[in-house]
Write a protein that binds this ligand. Sequence first.
Ligand SMILES: Cc1ncc(COP(=O)(O)O)c(C=O)c1O
Length: 404
Amino acid sequence: MASVNRNYLKLPGSYLFSTIARKVEAYTSAHPDADIIRMGIGDVTQPIAPAIIQALHEAVDEMGSDDSFRGYAPDLGYEFLRSIIAEKDYKDRGCDIDPSEIFISDGAKSDCGNIQEIFDVNNKIAVCDPVYPVYVDSNVMAGRTGEYDESLGCFRDVIYMPCTRENGFVPLFPKEIPDLIYLCFPNNPTGAVMKKDALQGWVDYARSHGSVILYDAAYEAFIAEDDVPHSIYECTGAKECAIEFRSFSKTAGFTGLRLGFTVVPKELEAGGEKLWPLWARRHGTKYNGAPYIVQRAGEAVYSEKGRSQIRQQIAIYKENARIIVEGMKEAGYEVFGGVNAPYIWMKTKDNMTSWEFFDYLLNEAQIVGTPGSGFGPGGEGYFRLTAFGSRMGSIRAIDRIKKL
Ligand SMILES: Cc1ncc(COP(=O)(O)O)c(C=O)c1O
């Protein structure tokens, strides 16, 4: 008789954004004329930049012609894309990453979720609290955690590293030594960044304990300050202890096109075994490559025109973030993030719980945000707004909140 992977049964309730969608749906059916401003889900709204659209058109035409048609993409991605990434994202920042260490994929979510497969099931993971839920949930599914403790809102056998306003939302080294350390900076949901010295500290920590850092840099393009590293490989020794995930989603509006990549350095080992061949084996066995058309679009992100156009788009989101941060402060809220990230993290009003504040904003101002507690127990009492909406939406949202 077939039986299920019981680890899946450890996952509590429904996915955060499904719960939000259900609540919003209930509200709109009761108030069909409500003008709702959505600042919840971290999805982009700007259309794909013209230089990228042009590359897509050209690649589509190539697919319709005998002499330029492409079938399966190479397992690890097309050389044209891997070399331009190695040059522009790494060499230009002084990082020595070879194109062969770059694995093209359909986005950072799948890579962040799948990477745990190449590690032993007994490895202990450490995550920030609050955290992007994929890191924990994918390890739960794999059986690398204990049961969910309802009263604490945590899984057993996971090291949660509190990220609080006291530590600037940057974790301290945990007492118990983890095998795998998930770090994400600029951070979702707090919008915090880790400065170069602090990240170097984590690299040194990982190297001295034989841990591997799984570094999610999906929001790298939003970094505005000089002393914030864009890649973990800007730190000395990181190639010996870190894997890095990148995404085209927030950088260039590819949430619907799907493209990302993961860097696994050739010298990186865990317990004396190299990780590059394992990830290459996994990629080759379970993944058949991002579409040629989309990889050509990815290449166009690095062209002169492409770069300038995506910079303008990011500037629009960053200006929204500035408007939201300033406006929320004027409205009397304690606000974090929004400078090097598209996320604004704030304390709720009058010590409301995150979900109470969600209901309050929805009912009183028709604004949808994300309850901080959905990202882990450390997020309780906080709320996340995104800057991915329109300029008018951001301004109107602030006006409404100021009037509450
Ligand atoms: C921290 C973080 N990593 C990864 C992703 C997923 O990126 P992608 O669209 O490339 O799968 C997201 C998306 O919201 C994210 O917030």
